[in-house]
Ligand binder design. Structure first.
Ligand code: 0RQ
Length: 504
């Protein structure tokens, strides 16, 4: 342990998780490390869960993104989370959110740091940060993610460090911590390439603010990603053919442009699809680096990857962390306000690929709310990227739940990405390039290329009726029918007209 605490001012601060947890009082606001199950503080949350057995209290939990089971399952189920932001992806907390037991702020991931800096989110009582080491200069070296840790440490009243001795030492040097000044006093972010380094290898902290250091050996919970299936592989193929067209049109070269992909099975499958492509010298400028990114590095397809966290399935994690040296000069981990910063996304001209739950005939996308009301995970970084990238691409299967749900609907039941932010839509059926098209021009393209064949006739019928009824307004809708597909699903268990007719 003392090899990892390399600054004298920190050495006397080691305490137990129980002691650190006892400092946390009812009503406090915690800024915790962790992004998509990577780099979370783990033992202090579990000590809080233990305390909840004999004491009633609630805290607000702010993080980088979704956390592993310690917080988003166990703390949630213990009933000690009052408010949570900006992203989650666990059934335990999702159920509490949708049962009105946890208040959830679903936020663009680049926005949290700005709101912490302004004191809108906060003031933060404790930053609880997992660390690999504390350097001679007193820098906190993060572990497998950076998330919002730097801004939490900067703005919190007190800091607790979870020194995790199980992570590989080779992670040191992979982080690039750059924190913009407050708005109004800010310089341009000095980045012109995905591989640029802007800051220091760790998070600067006033030693006076560090109340304790808790030693931990718990590893990150592995990602639960499922391997590509036939349909997600087909989605990847459509997308790759589309990118070939962009090269032919002279808008891209074989090294494309820096790539971003969202979290989840579809997004990972799309990246896996690049393995068999002719594209080369690719760069990744993303937030989560999932398994497929490392496969692409191994295959020599990706020459550099910038992210904010590394989230791997169990086997892939063993391989990557077992030979970290191999990836050292090809990787950098940044704070999420940099990985997701609109200024950088626009400057680098990213190709961004994120996942929709549903999309409507005009191109609006819902990524977060099942049937308009129930929270799934959250918008995450998808909005940061979609709006500001060169190409905002959304992928989804054309149907869900065995065909009872069409992913293409007349009107999305919740809007995360407006028709202005969605350039290209891809399903296993095909691809719709919506760029430069007016709403009515997009309709047939989306129906013919992306909707499941079973649903095409009823989508066309809706549009025809909407045009007739409005006399061809800019965006024709029949307001009393716009959500009829969702109400049919709720009442009768399917959106499919043919089945509904049979039921009658
Ligand atoms: O349900 O798990 O019960 O089978 O939704 O769908 O097809 O497995 O896809 O794992 O990629 O998740 C949008 C949720 C997709 C995710 C979403 C049901 C479907 C299945 C999952 P089951 P799939 P994925 C980077 C950027 C938003 C945040 C984001 C997500 C389950 O990708 O949260 O992109 N994205 N952030 O059956 C009802 C529909 C449905 C539906 C699918 N129309 N109605 N249920 N499902 N379509 C991440 C960060 O920023 C951190």
């Amino acid at each position: 342990v003392f090899k990892k605490i390399r600054n004298e001012q920190f050495k006397g601060k080691v305490v137990t998780a129980e002691e650190a947890a006892s400092w946390i009082k009812n009503g406090m606001k915690l800024g915790m490390s962790g992004f998509t199950r990577a780099g979370d503080a783990k033992v202090i949350p579990m000590a809080l869960v233990e305390r909840a057995k004999t004491e009633k209290f609630k805290v607000d939990v702010y993080t980088g993104a979704s956390l592993g089971p310690e917080v988003d399952q166990h703390m949630a189920e213990a009933g000690i989370i009052n408010k949570r932001l900006p992203f989650q992806a666990d059934k335990g907390i999702r159920n509490k959110i949708n049962a009105d037991e946890v208040t959830y702020v679903d936020q663009h991931l680049s926005h949290t740091a700005e709101q912490v800096r302004q004191g809108i989110v906060g003031p933060i009582d404790f930053a609880i940060i997992e660390a690999l080491a504390i350097t001679e200069d007193g820098l906190i070296i993060p572990t497998t993610s950076v998330g919002n840790s730097a801004i939490f440490v900067q703005e919190a009243k007190h800091v607790i460090i979870e020194l995790n001795v199980s992570h590989p030492e080779g992670l040191e040097g992979m982080h690039d911590i750059y924190t913009p000044a407050k708005q109004g006093e800010r310089e341009p972010i000095p980045m012109t390439k995905a591989s640029d380094r802007l800051g220091s290898i760790g998070i600067a902290v006033d030693p006076e603010k560090v109340m304790g250091i808790v030693v931990s050996t718990d590893l990150d919970a592995p990602s639960t990603i499922v391997p590509p299936d036939e349909e997600t592989a087909t989605i990847a193929n459509h997308l790759i053919n589309f990118l070939r067209g962009e090269i032919k049109a002279g808008r891209l070269t074989e090294s494309l442009a820096p790539l971003q992909s969202g979290v989840g099975s579809v997004a990972n499958a799309v990246f896996a699809g690049f393995l068999d492509s002719e594209f080369k010298d690719l760069e990744v400028y993303s937030e989560v680096l999932q398994d497929a990114v490392f496969d692409l590095i191994d295959a020599g397809k990706v020459k550099f990857a910038s992210g904010c966290s590394i989230t791997l399935a169990e086997e892939k994690g063993k391989q990557v962390y077992g030979e970290l040296e191999k990836y050292r000069d090809k990787l950098v981990l940044r704070p999420q306000e940099i990985s997701n910063h609109p200024e950088i996304i626009r400057r680098l001209g990213l190709i961004s690929i994120n996942t929709a739950l549903e999309c409507d005939i005009y191109g609006n996308v819902n990524s977060t709310h099942v049937s308009g009301t129930r929270m799934m995970n959250g918008i995450g970084g998808s909005g940061d990227f979609a709006r500001n990238s060169r190409l905002g691409i959304f992928v989804t299967k054309s149907y869900a739940k065995g065909g009872k749900i069409s992913s293409i609907v007349p009107f999305v039941s919740h809007v995360d990405h407006t028709e202005h932010d969605v350039d290209v839509l891809v399903t296993e059926q095909g691809i719709a390039d919506l760029r430069g098209l007016a709403p009515k021009e997009r309709v047939e393209l989306i129906i013919e290329n992306c909707a499941h064949p079973d649903y095409r006739p009823q989508l066309r019928a809706y549009f025809t009726e909407a045009v007739a009824q409005t006399g061809g307004h800019q965006t024709p809708h029949i307001l009393e029918k716009a959500f009829s597909w969702h109400t049919n699903l709720a009442k009768n268990g399917t959106m499919l007209e043919a089945v509904l007719q049979d039921q009658k």
